[in-house]
Structures are given as C-alpha cells and as structure tokens.
Design a protein around this ligand. Structure first.
Ligand SMILES: Cc1cc2nc3c(=O)[nH]c(=O)nc-3n(C[C@H](O)[C@H](O)[C@H](O)COP(=O)(O)OP(=O)(O)OC[C@H]3O[C@@H](n4cnc5c(N)ncnc54)[C@H](O)[C@@H]3O)c2cc1C
Length: 365
C-alpha cells in the first residue's frame, strides 16, 4: 500500500518548512522528508540576520534587496517574539574603501526600501566611543546608525515547522529517499524506513545538498550550485552592546553581533569542492576573522578566547563572478515529467523564505 500525498518536500530547512506551511494552508496534503532534524543545515548555522542585505545594493541587486526587505517586514509582523528590529552601527575608518557619501546614499536608499520608519543617521564619534569602548577610534572618519532585523534562525525554522504541522503538514525526521522513480501518473518514493510514497509533485529543498540529491537520483536540473561555506566565531563575553558592521582588509564586510551574553563574529566565504557532509572548518578562516576583528579592537582577541566555531554552507547559483559577488537570489527550477512535476529550490536566504514559499505556492495552488 502506497501512502498518497499531493506534494512531497525533501529537506526541513527554513525553505522546506515555509513552502510546506504555504501549501498546507492552501489545502494540500504535504509530507516533508528530512534526513536529519528540522533546521539541521544552513538554517541553524547562519548570521541570524533578517535583512535586505545592505551590501547587495553595491552589486545593483535592487530587486533582491527590495524583496528581502518586504519579507523582513512580513517576518517582523508574524514573529515579533523571534524577529526583532535592532540598531546596527557602521563605523567608517580611513581604510574603508567605500566613500562616506556612497555609504550615506546606500543607507538612505536601504531605509527608504525598508519602510519601517527608522531613518539611518550619522552619529557623533564621541557617542560611538562611549557606546563601544572596546573599539579603537584612531582613523575613525564617521559612524552611521541604521536598523535591521535579527533572529534565532533555528527557533524561527522550528516555529514555521510547527505552524506547517498545525495546518496539516507531516514531517518525518531521520528519513530520506532511497529510490525515486517517475511513473506515468505519480512519482514513487521509497524511504530508508521502508515507506512507499506516491505523489504527483516532488520539491527538492535540500539547500546545499541539492546537486548531490540530483546526482544520486539522476534528477533533471537547470542549474548547479557553488557551495560557499561560512564560519562564525563565538566568544563567551559581550564585546559590544549592539551589532556592528565592519570592513575587512579584502573589502568584504563582516559582523560582530552581541547575543545573550555572547558575541558572534562572522562570516567567511570559502568555495567548497567536496560533498557537503565532508566540509570542515578551515583554521585559515578562524585566523582571518581573528585578524580582521583585532584590527578594530583595543584588546585583541586570542584563539583561546573562542568558545565555539560553527560552519554552514550556502547554496549559491554558480556564475563566473567571485563568491562575494555571486547573487544571493533564489531560483525555482520547475520540470514537468509526464504528469508529474519536479521543483528544485536553488539559493535563497532565511530572510526571503516568505516570498519563496509564496512563489512556490503560486505554481501548485
Ligand atoms: C554562514 C552563513 C550565514 C548566513 N547568514 C544569513 C543571514 O544572516 N540572513 C539570511 O537571511 N540568510 C543567511 N544565510 C543563508 C541561509 O542560512 C540559507 O539560505 C537558508 O538557511 C537555506 O535554507 P534551506 O532550507 O534552503 O537549506 P537548509 O537549511 O540547509 O536545509 C536543507 C535541509 O535538507 C536536508 N537534506 C539534505 N539532503 C537530504 C535528503 N537527501 N533527504 C532529505 N533531506 C535532506 C538537510 O538535512 C537540511 O536540513 C547564511 C548562510 C550561511 C551558510
């Protein structure tokens, strides 16, 4: 006897559970197969920002920023206990390659697109140094202040999963497909716990594993991804009172984020060639973040101060650009096979999960 579902989703990251929630709300019978636990992948290893991505304005990715800020508003409204608007500080030092006027215009545009009514502003340097005594002030040219969203990525993904379940989604953790075959009418899925499932729609929302799933089951696809790992360092002390955005010596930006008595510093970008499960923290990335942070801190951080390091992998659609400039936009890759539909989710951010889910629901509802 085969279990019947309208839609089967592989992967219970933020995208998988958001899609399931949207489809179940529209009355579909949805099953998620998650090979580990809910939020086991990038959705619990991110920088935890619900943001439009100020730096993407530099790449002229206005649509991405606007859509993400629209999604930010939706997440702020839907989960006020989990997604909060916070003040972010952007100090401009002499080594900053971006001119002050450009940052001012970028922030003004960002505030306008966000539409939350908090206007970015320049703050007096004396105010900054009294708020951030851990930071050096030599070479400081200006300090800007703007608002952006912060969350707990794992808790947010779990909350959306709970909502999906409450409207009818079934989630099976520690379950993965062992065979996928396309029949005339239905897709047949066999799982490691010997379930036999039939569905006319399969959605591959396995994040950084998307290509590996496609290869394992010979699924057709239009894109491939660049696996871009990123690490965060965790310190069991509060270095700063509010989030800071800083420029690294290579022109990238990185964050220092206070959270519950700790400080999070990240992130990095490393193109990975092997399988996602074999990706490991590279000591060079730890040294990089320490060096970049210490360029701004009065009392340098040492490796012994690090209490945790975590790594996540972003699934970025491959292009000829360097990793920092590859678009963070998502793509929905739909294939029709007989009467069946196969949809791959490529890329995306925590922040854009609401619009991604809405766009997927438009295809199937
Ligand atoms: C370092 C870093 C920092 C980031 N910072 C931010 C940020 O500040 N703000 C933001 O908006 N975004 C950020 N992102 C991006 C964001 O984390 C991801 O875009 C998002 O979490 C992707 O969600 P997902 O559901 O597509 O993938 P994932 O969360 O990776 O979920 C995929 C799931 O599929 C499962 N899976 C894999 N293979 C199978 C299989 N064969 N069968 C069943 N299940 C399978 C995995 O176990 C996993 O749970 C960051 C990402 C990284 C790596």
């Amino acid at each position: 006897m085969h279990e019947q579902y309208d839609i089967v989703i592989l992967g219970a990251g933020i995208n998988g559970v958001s899609i399931a929630r949207a489809l179940s709300l529209a009355g579909k019978r949805v099953l998620i197969l998650e090979r580990r636990e809910i939020a086991a992948g990038a959705s619990s290893h991110s920088s935890r920002l619900i943001h439009g991505g100020l730096r993407y304005l530099e790449n002229y990715e206005f649509t991405l920023v606007q859509e993400a800020l629209h999604d930010q508003k939706e997440l702020l409204d839907r989960y006020p206990d989990l997604v909060k608007l916070c003040p972010f500080y952007l100090p401009i030092y002499q080594n900053t390659s971006r001119p002050v006027w450009m940052i001012r215009i970028g922030l003004w545009l960002y505030g306008l697109l966000a539409g939350h009514g908090h206007t970015p502003s320049k703050i007096p340097m004396a105010e900054f140094s009294s708020l951030f005594p851990a930071l050096r002030t030599e070479g400081l040219k200006a300090v800007f202040h703007y608002y952006d969203g912060k969350t707990d990525d794992k808790a947010l993904t779990h909350r959306i999963a709970e909502e999906a379940v409450s409207v009818g989604t079934t989630i099976r953790e520690h379950t993965l497909p062992t065979a996928i075959t396309f029949g005339k009418e239905k897709i047949k899925i066999q799982t490691n716990d010997t379930h036999h499932i039939e569905t006319p729609v399969l959605i591959n929302a396995t994040g950084a594993w998307v290509d590996e799933v496609n290869t394992a089951f010979a699924l057709p696809s239009s894109f491939t991804i660049e696996k871009l790992s990123g690490i965060h360092l965790v310190f069991n002390k509060v270095l700063i009172p509010e989030p800071l955005i800083l420029q690294a010596t290579d022109g990238r930006v990185f964050f220092m984020i206070p959270e519950q008595g700790r400080t999070l510093i990240g992130t990095t970008e490393r193109s990975e060639k092997g399988n996602v499960d074999q990706i490991r923290i590279d000591p060079e990335d730890i040294a990089y973040l320490l060096m970049q942070s210490n360029a701004y801190l009065i009392n340098p951080l040492k490796e012994e101060d690090i209490t945790d390091v975590f790594i996540g992998t972003r699934p970025i659609i491959k292009s000829t650009k360097d990793p920092t400039h590859m678009s963070r936009e998502y793509k929905l890759d739909l294939h029709t096979i007989g009467k069946n539909k196969l949809l791959h989710i490529y890329g995306g951010k925590l922040t854009t999960s609401p619009s991604l889910a809405r766009n997927v629901a438009k295809i199937f509802c």
